[in-house]
Design a protein around this ligand. Structure first.
Ligand SMILES: N[C@@H](CCC(=O)N[C@@H](CS)C(=O)NCC(=O)O)C(=O)O
Length: 189
């Protein structure tokens, strides 16, 4: 059975938990205490970060976006990239630009900086979702799974306001058991 070195509080690890759950894959979750990381974690990921996904055959993969892509290729059903190549490319762009479009502003608030930038990024997300149901277009997929962990944490920790399109997107996502389970993880932190 594969192993996921993970941390419940880590939104990057949450991306991979969500994809594993969407695919219905069994795995052993090894919770890492990020404030007291075991030395062996650096053998699996020289950066010492979670998530790390490991298979019995010896494959060891760090980096949430790489793990998500690998799981999608290794276990194609249910598909988590849209069928349309253009939507798939736009989904990849969302993941590629994650820091600019959400991550940097989220972590600025975590560091105690004002919420202004985060509010602006959330307003941009809301505008992007006015015209389409999901980040990459018409279908749910890896782009949505790649952003929603921060949305769940921002709502829980910073009490942010979501515009109507972003709130509708979150409601659609929370109807999925994989995302609802992650909200439970956040609520229990
Ligand atoms: N680019 C990495 C980022 C992973 C990451 O930053 N994980 C955090 C926890 S949320 C971590 O392990 N932090 C420990 C550290 O940076 O030393 C990914 O996408 O997997």
């Amino acid at each position: 059975m594969p192993t996921l070195y993970t941390a419940e509080r880590c939104p990057y690890a949450a991306r991979t938990r969500i994809v594993l759950a969407e695919k219905g894959l069994d795995y052993e979750a090894v919770e890492i205490d990020l404030s007291d990381r075991p030395a062996w974690l650096y053998e699996k990921n020289p950066l010492g970060r979670v998530p790390v996904y490991e298979e019995d055959g010896g494959l060891v993969l760090p980096e949430s976006a790489v793990i998500m892509e690998y799981l999608e290729e290794r276990y194609p059903e249910p598909a988590l990239w849209p069928a349309d190549p253009a939507e798939r490319a736009l989904g990849r762009l969302w993941l590629e630009r994650f820091d600019d479009r959400l991550g940097d502003a989220y972590y600025a608030v975590r560091r105690g900086e004002p919420r202004e930038q985060l509010d602006a990024r959330l307003a941009e997300l809301d505008r992007a979702l006015e015209a389409q149901a999901y980040l990459s277009g018409r279908e749910y997929g890896l782009a949505d799974a790649g952003y929603v962990p921060w949305l769940l944490r921002a709502l829980d920790r910073f009490d942010v306001d979501l515009g109507p399109a972003l709130a509708g997107w979150l409601e659609r996502l929370l109807a999925r058991p994989a995302i609802a389970a992650e909200r439970e993880v956040v609520a229990a932190l």
